[in-house]
Design a protein around this ligand. Structure first.
Ligand SMILES: [Zn+2]
Length: 234
């Protein structure tokens, strides 16, 4: 699960549309979807050993109107591994967006690596929970359990992150505006804040790896941190 050895999923030809879509989004898309793909890479390396194959990530309405996001192993068009983040989730702050992405990535891990989406548990069974433990450990989040057994967080609500006041930055400012995605400054501020946090995590991890004489892994992690440096605006 959590691996610091740089590995990557084999380049499956079936994921070519995914890679092309991503290339297009990184070239022509707005900041929010681009940041989601970058966050996917960071989480994939940090928590899934780089083993998750290229997904499709969309900011789009989910099948349930109450869902923050959803994951589909294969949609009706035959496209594999589609992650959707509900537009309403943006109003709840960037931290909630990242937490939702991570939740959907755990479903992707269950589908791609274990080939078991636990339909009997609607996706939130013991395998899902097992995959979340090291991630909860990493961020200091509460552990989850199927159906919230033993008083733990219900797996479908994991990671149920605690939001600090400043995490609501974009959402609070957006309260005046009709839609958060109409306020690019607030959104950019939220993204910058979360990037700074992820950078701090990555720097600590890289230092640990260097101490353990794992220079190659450390270099990869440092590269990821570098990618998250604020870009100078021309
Ligand atoms: Zn779920």
């Amino acid at each position: 699960m959590t691996s610091t050895t740089p590995t990557t999923a084999p380049r499956d030809p079936a994921r070519r549309p995914h890679r092309e879509t991503r290339r297009l989004i990184m070239r022509d898309g707005d900041e929010a979807p681009r940041a989601l793909y970058e966050a996917f890479d960071v989480f994939n390396t940090l928590h899934f050993g780089g083993l998750l194959a290229s997904p499709l990530i969309f900011i789009a309405a989910c099948s349930s109107p109450r869902a923050l996001g959803d994951y589909c192993e294969r949609d009706i068009h035959g496209l594999r591994s589609r992650i959707r983040i509900a537009p309403a989730t943006w109003k709840r702050g960037w931290k909630r967006v990242l937490a939702t992405l991570l939740h959907e990535m755990v479903h992707a891990w269950c589908a791609e690596l274990i080939d078991n989406l636990e339909p009997g548990y609607k996706g939130h069974g013991p395998i899902f929970c097992h995959a979340t433990f090291p991630i909860s450990e990493f961020y200091g989040w509460p552990y989850c359990a199927p159906q919230g057994r033993k008083g733990r967080t219900r797996a479908e609500h994991w990671p149920a992150v605690q939001l600090d006041d400043d995490d609501h930055g974009p959402a609070k400012r957006a309260a005046k505006a009709p839609r958060v995605d109409d306020d690019p400054d607030a959104l950019a501020a939220g993204i910058a804040l979360e990037r700074a946090r992820v950078r701090a995590h990555l720097a600590a991890l890289a230092a640990q790896l260097r101490e353990g004489k794992r220079a190659r892994s450390a270099a990869l992690i440092e590269q990821l941190a570098l990618d998250l440096e604020p870009q100078a605006t021309p």
